[in-house]
Design a protein around this ligand. Structure first.
Ligand code: ZN
Length: 380
């Protein structure tokens, strides 16, 4: 097994009704005035907003609010919120939403201390501090509630890029799975595919990290099983809870232990696709790209993928495992080809160009332009 460093300081408050502890957690951390960041208002419909405000007012924490963070969150919005946070002189950031809201919150928390927040994404400036971040999760997908990454789209440059900094680990994350019972199934499935993809980005990187692989086998199978249950019964609390926790674990650091940092080609490819088409959900894009990537890679090295085909899909040939994965995604009503996603064939070269902003893509195999083009055709 490889040498590794593991660090995850985020405290998790998980379970039904746990949001009531938000105020006391923030008060104990010395917060007096926080900036609440949210999406387009679903938290007002599902009761989360009221629970949050009640808990905060019970602890005399004042709140400024910013709304309107969208899926594939943008740099322009981050910059607007940074100005607002400075003007209001808040002492903490509270993200109430999913990965887009949390990634925006992380960028703001670090960005108030930077000359230009985009510099954190381009490595021009180093993050040395950030406002404390608290999160109330409303959709399980990105795992951002339990890690130190943020992904933001610079719409002017069509760059969907990320940064990692230990200063943006949330201090406390609240996950009440009941708030996800009202999600449309498509969002649940998007989240499940994203979580599976996070595990798979690591899965094939080191066949000797057996403890991690055993955890990853179990998480992948569990995510499929729980999603199947939720397709027919969205309110099944056992399935909601276990899908939520599996998705958080999927990018908490645990699934990558001893995995040499993972591959991440599929994420890089998907980020280029949704930079060009912000209406394409991250999870749905990954559901198209990942099976194609396994198919493409396994032509060169099938043995690398045998364990996955066998342990996750119960097949002894990789091609059959890929087929099972695609059939499952299809059975959830999700796209299985770039064509299904509404992408035109003449856009593939532009997508390939966006992907190749680095000269190499991927960890296990370094993809060059011709690999990307072949993979996109395979996914088309
Ligand atoms: Zn992802």
């Amino acid at each position: 097994m490889e040498s590794f460093s593991f660090y995850n300081p985020t405290k998790v408050q998980f379970g039904v009704g746990m949001i009531r502890k938000l105020g006391s957690e923030m008060m104990n951390a010395g917060v007096k005035h926080c900036l609440l960041i949210a999406g387009r208002g679903s938290i007002k419909q599902n009761g989360v907003y009221n629970q949050v405000m009640e808990s905060l007012s019970g602890c005399s924490i004042s709140v400024s609010e910013v709304w309107g963070v969208q899926a594939n969150p943008t740099l322009n919005k981050v910059k607007e919120i940074i100005s607002f946070a400075k003007e209001k002189q808040v002492d903490a950031i509270l993200a109430v939403g999913g990965g887009s809201v949390i990634d925006t919150a992380k960028s703001v928390a670090a960005g108030v201390y930077l000359n230009d927040v985009w510099n954190a994404f381009t490595d021009v400036e180093k993050i040395t501090q950030a406002l404390p971040i608290f999160t109330v999760l409303t959709i399980s997908a990105s795992g951002s509630e339990l890690n130190s990454n943020a992904v933001i789209t610079n719409t002017d440059k069509l760059q969907k890029w990320s940064f990692t900094s230990q200063h943006v680990f949330p201090k406390v994350t609240f996950i009440d799975p009941t708030v996800q019972c009202s999600l449309p199934f498509k969002l649940t499935a998007n989240g499940a595919i994203d979580a599976m993809s996070h595990i798979m980005e690591y899965y094939f990187s080191n066949n000797k990290a057996l403890s991690t692989l055993c955890i990853n086998d179990a998480l992948l199978k569990n995510i499929v099983k729980m999603t199947d249950i939720l397709q027919h019964n969205p309110s099944d609390l056992v399935a909601r809870s276990n899908l939520a926790w599996s998705a958080s674990l999927a990018l908490s650091g645990i699934t990558g232990i001893g995995m040499r940092g993972g591959d991440w080609a599929c994420h890089q490819i998907e980020h280029a696709i949704s930079a060009l088409h912000p209406d394409i959900a991250h999870g749905e894009g990954l559901g198209v790209i990942f099976p194609a990537w396994v198919e493409y890679m396994s032509e060169k090295n099938p043995s690398l993928f045998l364990r996955w085909a066998k342990n996750v899909w119960g097949e002894d040939k990789v091609a059959l495992g890929v087929r099972r994965a695609r059939d499952k995604i299809d059975s959830w009503g999700m796209a299985t080809s770039l064509r299904d996603l509404g992408i035109k064939e003449n856009e593939l070269s532009e997508i390939a160009k966006l992907i190749m902003h680095d000269s190499e893509v991927g960890g296990i195999s370094k993809f060059r332009s011709h690999d990307i083009e072949a993979l996109l055709m395979l996914a088309y």
